[in-house]
Design a protein around this ligand. Sequence first.
Ligand code: ADP
Length: 237
Amino acid sequence: MKAIEVKNLSFAYGQQKVLSDISFSIEEGEYVAILGPNGSGKSTLLRLLLGLLRPQKGQILLFGQEQGKFKNLNWIGYLPQRAVHFDQRFPATVEEIVGMYGSENLTWALEQVNLLEKRKELIGRLSGGQQQRALIARALCGKPKLLILDEPTSGVDPAAQEDFYKLLAHLHASLELSIILVSHDLAAVAREVERVICLNKKLFFHGSKEAFFSQEEFAHLYSYPVAWLKHSEEAGQ
Ligand code: ADP
């Protein structure tokens, strides 16, 4: 089944067109990156997928159902941008944060991210990487089929980023979780995902990662030298 099907989607904030006639689909179990420069409409697309905005034209199907009528909201876990920054004294424990939208699967979710032993600690006492894992656990509490992550590694140190991508790969494989990763980290995209959707108001590219990284046009979109990317891709293998 398709996890997501987007058909001829257009969206504008007032007069400002942000997405124009976008069509793509994501199969259940796929690991997909959404790439695009700043302001290209990535977050807007996520907000539309999550039902926080309504399409002005076109259609979004989630697991075969129209977005507006989709009832199984727990099938979609979401990690918003810049979510990881709890103050040291933030007065909530790991388990309170992780279970805040539903604690039925709390223990299981904490086990998935290897944080069970930290459950009673204040969230702000955890490292950035651990806080991020806690937020993944919160997204897992609804037993989602699809995880949507908006630039999840911004502000997380490189060692923790590596662990984080390992965790995503593990969840993708062991839970057959579909993942949509919005990221600027092209080296990580080259290493981790299966397919790439490239946006800049219009859909630039939708296909396998190999096809994406073998074309040269995308380098202009990012102003990165292609040689550097090829190198990162090889280094990541
Ligand atoms: P990205 O996530 O790729 O950086 P966004 O979807 O956040 O892009 O933004 C796309 C465009 O829409 C940008 O020009 C941005 O300024 C504009 N925009 C985003 N959110 C709003 C909003 N709530 N109201 C008006 N314009 C917005």
